[in-house]
Design a protein around this ligand. Structure first.
Ligand code: ATP
Ligand code: MG
Length: 258
């Protein structure tokens, strides 16, 4: 049964999508069968994995509105073992359209349950807000992975996110756990990145991944080519770090966590 990981942080631009794309691709490269679900109307994970988001007919939007079955929403990417459920701007209307619908917190969960046995990992990219789409991702997920950008305001909003995870756990998904925190956009040339890592480590009592994702221009370039980093520039520091993160995610549970 596939492990379902939601990548969430209501803070914008912290590396959720970059992590969703490249963790998914590196898991697939390591032999895992992966389904990536784009739950953000920005659709950046969709285009970053080479899918033309505006020409897809069956997206997460139609799925959430109950117009299609999940099997019809799954698209095989051009990368081996990696499939995706696409998103585009239409999804922005879903929250309104779901008003008054019963059990709308569980729509995605019910759909994903039908296919999770076909995958080793299901990776869900969340939008930068704590809305109904993010709640759907968290009720579906086993764990929540939180990217934290190595910048001065890194911890801002984090307690709100942890509070939301706890609420979902108490009321909607008792199995939900924190997967852990991953630092992104680490800049070895500045003391600030180091200070942020040290500060978060001493203040946040969460599992923290040993792999730290460096700031790497190749990671920023890859999406415009519709390629994950392991294909776009296989030897870049960005590719190497996401491969290490994928290994850690695979072996999570076998290792000792602080
Ligand atoms: P949003 O909240 O809007 O969904 P996000 O949290 O998904 O944003 P990304 O889109 O992954 O964040 O990243 C924000 C920007 O930073 C993008 O332009 C991305 O290419 C760039 N970026 C992310 N990670 C790195 C990195 N490690 N090195 C260099 N650039 C990065
Ligand atoms: Mg994003």
């Amino acid at each position: 049964m596939g492990r379902i990981i939601a990548i969430a942080n209501q803070k914008g631009g912290v590396g959720k999508t970059t992590t969703a794309i490249n963790l998914s691709a590196c898991l697939a490269e390591a032999g895992q069968r992966v389904l990536t679900i784009d739950v953000d109307p920005q659709g950046n994970t969709t285009s970053g994995l080479g899918i033309d988001k505006n020409s897809v007919e069956n997206t997460i939007y139609e799925l959430i509105l109950g117009e299609i079955e999940i099997q019809d929403a799954i698209i095989e990417t051009e990368f081996e073992r990696l499939s995706i459920i696409a998103s585009n701007v239409n999804l922005a209307a879903a929250e309104i359209e779901l008003i008054g619908i019963n059990e709308k917190e569980y729509i995605l969960k019910r759909a994903v349950e039908q296919v999770r046995d076909n995958y080793d990992f299901v990776i869900i990219d969340c939008p930068p807000s704590l809305n109904m789409l993010t709640i759907n991702a968290m009720t579906t997920a086993d764990t929540v992975l939180v990217p934290i950008q190595c910048e001065y305001y890194a911890l801002e909003g984090l307690s709100q996110l942890l509070h939301t995870v706890n609420l979902v756990k108490q009321r909607l998904n008792p199995e939900l756990e924190m997967e852990g925190v991953v630092f992104t956009m680490y800049d070895a040339r500045t003391n600030l990145s180091l200070q942020v890592v040290e500060n978060v480590k001493s203040n946040l009592h969460q599992t923290i991944y040993k792999t730290i994702i460096p700031r790497n221009i190749r990671l920023a370039e890859a999406p415009s080519h519709g390629l994950p980093i392991n294909i776009y520039d296989s030897k870049s520091t960005g590719a190497e770090s996401y491969r290490l993160l994928a290994e850690e995610v695979i072996h999570r549970g076998e290792e000792e966590w602080q």
